[in-house]
Design a protein around this ligand. Structure first.
Ligand code: FES
Length: 117
């Protein structure tokens, strides 16, 4: 089963949060399971871009980007070649390392105000 590592979201031990999930799981569902700070304003239906992450490693093993994902990413902030919508990116067999976008983290705290530092 692949492991997802959230490079810029340390847990209580100071290490990046990580989670092992079954192949086919979306990065967003992995983030939720790991309690990583990834926002999801539309609930994961490819309609908002708040689940925007940068894939640092293992991107080739993720499900291919569909036109609908590209259309939504066009509206996101600070889009890079490594950008993906986590709700649309399903894991293959490889481990994946991601960096949570500023936009996504902001959305997460808007959704979870009690977790603001
Ligand atoms: Fe809205 Fe992914 S949660 S596009």
């Amino acid at each position: 089963m692949p492991q997802v590592i959230f490079l810029n979201d340390p847990g209580a031990d100071g290490e990046p949060k990580r989670i092992t999930v079954p192949t086919g799981t979306t990065l967003l569902d992995a983030a939720k399971k790991a309690h990583a700070q990834v926002g999801y304003a539309c609930g994961g239906v490819c309609a908002c871009s708040t689940c925007h992450v940068y894939v640092r490693k293992g991107g080739a093993s993720l499900s291919r980007q569909k036109d609908s994902e590209e259309d939504i990413l066009d509206k996101a902030f600070d889009v890079r070649s490594s950008s993906r919508l986590s709700c649309q990116s399903k894991l293959g067999a490889e481990d994946v390392e991601v960096e949570i976008s500023r936009e996504s983290r902001q959305a997460y705290f808007d959704e979870h105000p009690d977790e603001r530092g």
